[in-house]
Write a protein that binds this ligand. Sequence first.
Ligand code: PFF
Length: 511
Amino acid sequence: MENNRGSWNSNIGFLLAAIGSAVGLGNIWGFPYKMGRSGGFTFLLVYIFLAVFVGLIIMASELALGRKTRKAPIAAYKAVSSKYSWLGWLAVISPFLIMTFYSVLGGYCIYYIIINIIGLFGGMPDGSSFGVMLTSIPASVGVLLAFMAICFIIVAGGVSGGIEKFNKVGMPALFVMLVIIIIRALTLPNAVEGLKFMFVPGYAVRGGFIEEAPSLITILGDAGGQMFFSLSLAMGAMITYGSYLSKEENLVKNSGIIVFADTLVALLAGIAVIPAAVANGINNGIPVSEISLGGPKLLFVTLQDVFHNMGALGGVFGIIFFLLVLLAAISSAISLMEVLSAHFIDKAAEEGREISRKSVVLKVSVVITIIGALVAADGLGSNGFAPVDLLKNEMAGWNDCWLDFFDCWSEGIMMPLGAMLMALMIGGEIGPKVMLDEIHNGEHSPFFSRFYRFCVIYIVPAVMCLVLAGQLTGFFGNQIVSYIISAVCFIIFTYHTLIPDWKKLGQEGNE
Ligand code: PFF
């Protein structure tokens, strides 16, 4: 039954698909705006540290878990762990919740491509189009349907016939478009101020962009959450993609390439977006402190204003830019849909039932579209039925709109918790050696083995604890309570996992 699951045609096909999953709205939208909010250069340094010491480790572990078991997340965790077999559920529920709003944002890109095309014939749209779109329920739901239809066609085409094929064309195209936008952004007068904000230490405060630098702990939480989301970790995606990968491929090298490419695209997206936004603000007499770099407005309001002010060619750049964001959104969304579809396909195979991929993907798409329609119709809380309106009680960030509500559960809670527990499971229950055997598949690299053991046992759980606290603070507001909650989680799980296996771990270290 195993060959029913499909596999990648080539390692480069796998790499482009995995990079496609990683490169998404998180890079082009999330990275620049979190960098804008969290103090420019310091954020970048913390981000790179986390990508190497945490991201790379979890990436290699997820790919190895998938390839070792040849299963989608729920069955994969069941196969290797008795204490944490339930973790696979987190890695399936989170992608579902993410898809309910990711699909809506993907739809927004389609809307913006359309209005920029219309703008070519006169009346170039500006940032106020965002409000118009959010309050038009038929438009928001219509573009959601279009986005889901595209994703359905690709995922229904299969692992190599749909996902791999799409990424082989989509990723190089995305890169070319990104370079075009960067060239345009950097040739705007005053773009250098945006570059200084990104790369000169302390310039975010000295240049007047933000009043005071956020604390290191706040930056750690922000950068950690961003890094996980951006690398598609703790959502089952890399486990699922790894499960289609040949035993011959080198997982250390592959993980390194994916982390490097994703970080590079995030940086390039920052170089495209931040200088353009800053230059446009300065050129129109807006004080730098009032340029909206932080928050969801960055793409759909601030940048649309940039294209509006560019004159004759603004529409063309607008189309190229939103097409690039759309490609990034599709390549990520299809990986989330594949996690869900693979689960049902594997389950049917296990039970000896005949099942067609198309019908599974169709069902998955319909359920996502129904909940996505609620998020789309809510219009980021514009239309009167956000959780805050229903509860009649403002409760910090998580209940402003349905998008935040689903984001809080998935990205805010399940993702950091899932990654922390995965590290504890590897470091404490099953032991790093089992994972390293799969990662190296025969030829051991002593340096990577030592680095992996150290990070998975000490660094990853501790950092994830801080990231969880940072995410909880972001969504629920109260920093002290958030830190207490994540410390309690950490202590309970550490006690549950590490203490009973302490001896085993010591012996393994001496081998
Ligand atoms: N990495 C994607 C982004 O940066 O937008 C989002 C994502 C895709 C997260 C797939 C998780 C996932 F499994």
